[in-house]
Write a protein of this length. Sequence first.
Length: 334
Amino acid sequence: MGSPSNWYTKFLSTRCVPPLFYGETGSSSDCYALTIKLAEFRELPTGENYRIKMCFFDTQYKVFFGRQFTSKLLIGNENKINIDETIFFHSPIKEERIVVVIEIIEFDHNGEEFILGWTIVPVFSINQTFTDYSSNISVPMQVKRYQLYTGSSTLLYYITSLNPADTTLNKISAVIEASLQSHENLKTALNFIPEFLFIPQHEKIPGLKRLEEGVALVRKDIPLLAYPQEADFFAGILDNISISFGVLPEQIDSMFLDLLNKENCFNLNKSPADKNVKKLEVIERRLRIGIHNGYTFVEEPLVLYLTSRDEMESKTHSLRKRSRSLSRLSNFLK
């Protein structure tokens, strides 16, 4: 992963917006591979630059969520945009309200973005049967054609039906060819990737390694998540951890408490100046330590209570909850 700054940049890019409501979930996630072959138009300017963008949408609660995926630059040719991208993800929600939204974005010579069209791919359907992604070697992939619509996918906020026979959406003379398949092999990698995270085929996942036998010896271009395997682990020890709050520790408390108190007032539909709302205060501090691969914690992190060095030296520390100002303590906690 490189330096801490590189890891933090990766961490920010892989954050996911959780769904508003989980509803019916199973004992484990369902794993999927979405292969997008191409987009075909009746008329398409040749040589322009395009991208596809994807996100999850909850048709019942009208919210976009998950991690948005943006493809590499694509070139249009002979009224087609060849995409040839496989995206992996998993979802614990087993309800038909969850769909994948795909937008095709055009870039003009000034770098401005325009939405050429968009469509949806249902993720879960009671009557839908899937072929498994691993069967592509012996069984031809079942590709479907999804109708593209004009405008932006934000129109999903305002429509009540996604049935092509009922919707008032305006169709365009274009389709996307794609195949959504189950992917049982991905279940071995669920400790390393969070739910509702689109992972492109060539993305590397720390903690996983490529299959080094069988079909992988024949197909060198096979995606990492086609047959994921856990990488070798090593043991490590962290000791004598000290945390410095700098020369102005009071400002740390003040900033966090100010944000939390404002958020609490908004949730209660009260003014931040309302003195009848009880103010939040710091009662204890904790440190969470765990192995994180830039996507998720690989295992449940360990949670420790922080105790000031002053209390450690005087042997008066305890786990009893109490409000303490950082300025009354040493600048270091252990």
